[in-house]
Design a protein around this ligand. Structure first.
Ligand code: GLN
Length: 535
């Protein structure tokens, strides 16, 4: 049976627990251990699919169609291990399962309580990712120790360790060691309090990962070890990675974190091999060229809203030994001031996924600018819809062509609701979600990028390309380069006679990896690099 690592967080949120958990996964995997990641989110939404990016950041989609927390993206990118719907549970999902059982009569006669029913459901959910194919489950608990919402989860972990045995469960607590400029020293007290909070619940951390801006010297390490009851070698220092988040595993490796974990859990492991990883980080650090990519979206100020796209661009940049400078452009700003000035420095333009009317006309103007000025364009999901609408309006001259998502009355519904969506009333979990196969057309830019005829990509949408206009579009040069194997759904379009103009109905950003960049991002950034010479 597998061993379990639980990662909790203390003092403040946003300490990078996800990247910490992902990095530990990289190191254990490099030692030949088979790992799987899981995340618990203590909020009451059943999944993050209905939350807006201000609340939640990006919604990451798995192959099996779950809408999940963006940390699952980190897990997949770091470890290359594909996640699934059991890899992310919210408190809402746990309660939903319990309430459904209660209504069915499964608890007949009993009072349904947080302890033991909710905690048992949590323990069962942890075991849902365990199998004899897995050596280590790495499970991150969202939120911060001390939050009301986290309590049932932490209580469940305490019980879980009792059930699985002490040697099979390891607790890692990610904490902050602030530096007080006025005092000229780092402070360990918040960490002591946070560990104290964990101990109140009955959890004794085995390892502390200390986010800090200053080195933790020997004395401070001793003090943390003594006050928090953690071995000195298990007090790990975590700096902000200067160039890239992919440096974190290397930083941890330098502190032998994997060996400490392996020793505590009594795991049998091979030697560490991080060569490909080091090469990637070297390429990032030594990149000499720079390419400017504009992301034209609704959430220009929110870093997390397009997390996987940012990462995919970075992977592609490293492939070309180039640094990708992301220009976050507000689509509404383009509506106000036009595209020319705002996009003049862009070597490539990307319109990401999105919903609803705000900023749509600005996105369409960005497409027009890219098409007319022959600047590489990459439209993802809503970005493909925008490309189709722009082409319809300005090339086919179908005045006011639109998506029925924003204009149900349009004379030219070039993007419309998918047939299967017409009967759906609930918003949660009801889009076309997850991986679907796609057949690529010979001789296209898309086919060349992938180097094969059949691909599989992840989707999250309700609206699609309207086949009634297909002939007109294709005649005028907006070519269908990828479609569902039955030919019913258009999944990819591209423009002939343009350096690089591709729109995709799916989300390729979910499948890019640092050492294996996604072919479309790779070629989009490649084409954009050529553009840098033209300015
Ligand atoms: N709003 C569009 C749809 O539902 C696009 C969704 C997306 O970009 N993920 O089809």
């Amino acid at each position: 049976m597998p061993k379990y690592i639980f990662v909790t967080g203390g003092v403040v949120s946003s300490l990078g627990k996800g990247i910490t958990a992902a990095s530990i996964g990289v190191l254990l995997k490099s030692r030949g251990l088979r790992i799987v990641h899981q995340k618990f989110d203590p909020y009451l939404n059943v999944d993050p699919g209905t939350m807006n990016p201000y609340q939640h950041g990006e919604v990451y989609v798995t192959d099996d169609g779950a809408e999940t927390d963006l940390d699952l993206g980190h897990y997949e990118r770091f470890t290359g291990v594909t996640t699934n719907k059991n890899c992310n549970y919210t408190a809402g999902r746990i309660y939903d399962a319990i309430i459904k059982k209660e209504r069915r009569g499964d608890y007949l006669g009993g009072t349904v309580q947080v302890v033991p029913h909710v905690t048992t459901e949590i323990c069962n959910s942890i075991r849902s990712v365990a199998s004899n194919e897995v050596d280590v489950v790495i499970c991150e608990i969202g939120g911060t120790v001390g939050d009301i919402e986290s309590l049932p989860f932490l209580e469940a972990l305490r019980q879980f360790r009792l059930q699985e045995g002490r040697n099979n469960v390891l607790f890692i607590h990610v904490t902050l060691i602030p530096y007080l400029k006025m005092a000229g020293e780092i402070k360990t007290k918040p960490t002591q309090h946070s560990v104290g909070k964990l101990r109140e619940i009955g959890i004794m951390p085995d390892m502390l990962i200390c986010r800090t801006e200053k080195h933790i010297d020997k004395d401070a390490r001793k003090k943390i070890s003594l006050f928090c009851n953690v071995d000195e070698e298990a007090v790990i220092e975590a700096f902000d990675a200067p160039h890239s988040i992919y440096e974190v595993p290397l930083d941890f490796a330098a502190q032998d974190i994997d060996q400490v974990i392996i020793d505590i859990l009594g795991l049998r492991a091979g030697r560490r091999n991080l060569k490909a990883w080091r090469d990637y980080v070297d390429r990032v650090i030594n990149a000499e060229k720079t390419v400017n990519i504009a992301i034209v979206g609704k959430y220009s100020e929110l870093l997390d809203a397009y997390k996987s796209i940012h990462e995919s661009l970075n992977h592609a940049g490293a492939f070309h030994s180039a640094k990708v400078k992301i220009l976050s452009v507000s689509a509404e700003e383009i509506e106000r001031n036009g595209a020319d000035k705002i996009l003049k420095d862009a070597d490539g333009i990307l319109v990401p996924g999105g919903f609803g009317g705000r900023g749509v006309e600005g996105k369409i103007l960005a497409v027009k600018y890219a098409r007319e000025n022959k600047v590489p364009y990459f439209g993802i999901c809503y970005g493909m819809h925008m490309a189709v609408i722009e082409f319809a309006r300005n090339v086919l001259k179908l005045e006011c062509a639109d998506t029925t998502e924003n204009n149900g009355e349009t004379k030219y519904p070039v993007i419309h609701l998918m047939e299967e969506q017409k009967r759906i009333m609930n918003l949660g979990g009801t889009m076309r979600l997850g991986a679907f196969p796609c057949t690529l057309k010979k001789g296209t830019v898309a086919r060349k990028a992938y180097g094969k005829d059949q691909i599989s990509e992840r989707h999250r949408h309700r609206y699609e390309y309207n086949n009634d206009y297909r002939e007109q579009f294709e005649k005028a040069g907006l070519v269908v380069c990828g479609e569902s194997p039955d030919g019913m759904l258009v999944e990819m379009v591209e423009i002939e006679n343009h350096p690089w103009f591709v729109g995709v109905q799916f989300h390729p950003e979910f499948k890019s990896r640092p050492v294996d960049p996604h072919p479309l991002f790779r070629d989009f950034v490649g084409a954009s690099l050529k553009q840098t010479g033209k300015k």
